[in-house]
Write a protein of this length. Structure first.
Length: 294
């Protein structure tokens, strides 16, 4: 006779409790390697989008991993998934950008100039003084890189004007309103490959339920049986969702590792073997978890 759903879930919880310390040990090894890669500090060009993107994303991922570990140590496993989800999105974005560097990495980097220009315009509109020197320094960057961030409608109007030999007056803010690329995250993961797309569809979408306070995620966390009294206290949510903690830590490690791969390759740091060693251990850990499933 097969296991009931309740028995299967209990097995998952018990297995996760055994596996979590193994993931923690691997995480410590990965963190130590990451710190070593930044020792001594890495020289870079401050106006090189690929340099800045590789360095900043790897550093941010390392900080996020510390947050995941702190949340898991406090038994806040579900919230640890939200940080791991952020890490998954970041590593996918980073790898997608480096698939066509420097084109895409420059798009990311120079969108910062657009954001700064908008802030200056907003400050002036609100009656605040803006340093003319700062404005004069920023304007050439906006003039040079701004066209790469025009809204689709603006690009269309420019093309139409050129076609008939007329001019087109740009609106005050012709740039994309919210982001440096019009491509959404899932499309990036689709371009990266089937394995990445499946990871996005499973982990990223699942954690969206908790992140956006979906009813299913909330009621699962409440863990209320039919026979329980209709009362709700501040401690209603279960404090031991170790399965989520395991998944969060695994995805967090994977995300930092993939970001370090980009950093290592871009700056030719020579950590190929050590990164592969940790990657092999991580994939073996994943495989053992799957193999032990009933």
């Amino acid at each position: 006779m097969g296991k009931s759903l309740e028995q299967h879930e209990q097995w998952q919880i018990e297995s996760s409790r055994k596996e979590l310390p193994l993931f923690v040990d691997l995480t410590s090894e990965l963190e130590a390697l990451a710190h070593g890669m930044f020792t001594p500090p890495i020289a870079y060009q401050t106006d090189n989008g690929a340099d800045v993107m590789a360095l900043s994303f790897a550093t941010k991922q390392l900080e996020h991993l510390g947050s995941v570990r702190a949340l898991i140590a406090a038994d806040l496993h579900r919230d640890a998934q939200l940080i791991a989800r952020t890490m998954l999105e970041a590593q996918g974005t980073l790898r997608w950008a480096f698939n066509r560097a420097p084109e895409r990495t420059d798009l990311w980097f120079w969108y910062g100039a657009i954001l700064d220009w908008r802030e200056m315009a907003k400050s002036k509109a609100q009656g605040f003084e803006v340093d003319p020197a700062d404005e004069a320094e920023l304007k050439p960057y906006v003039d040079k890189h701004g066209p790469n961030h025009y809204k689709a409608r603006v690009r269309q109007r420019i093309a139409e004007a050129r076609k008939v030999g007329t001019s087109y007056d740009l609106p005050e803010d012709p740039w994309h309103p919210t982001d440096w690329t019009e491509l959404n995250v899932r499309a990036m993961f689709e371009e990266l490959g089937d394995g990445d797309r499946r990871l996005y569809d499973s982990f990223y979408r699942r954690t969206s339920e908790w992140g956006h306070s979906g009813p299913r995620a909330i009621l699962i966390a409440a863990d209320r049986d039919r026979e329980d009294a209709a009362e709700w206290g501040s401690d209603q949510f279960t404090d031991d969702d170790v399965r989520s903690g395991n998944w969060a830590l695994g995805v967090a490690c994977e995300s930092l590792l993939r970001s370090l791969d980009v950093l290592n390759a871009h700056f030719s740091l020579g950590y190929d073997d050590r990164l592969k060693s940790i990657d092999d251990k991580l994939q073996a850990r994943f495989a053992e978890s799957l193999a032990s499933m009933p």
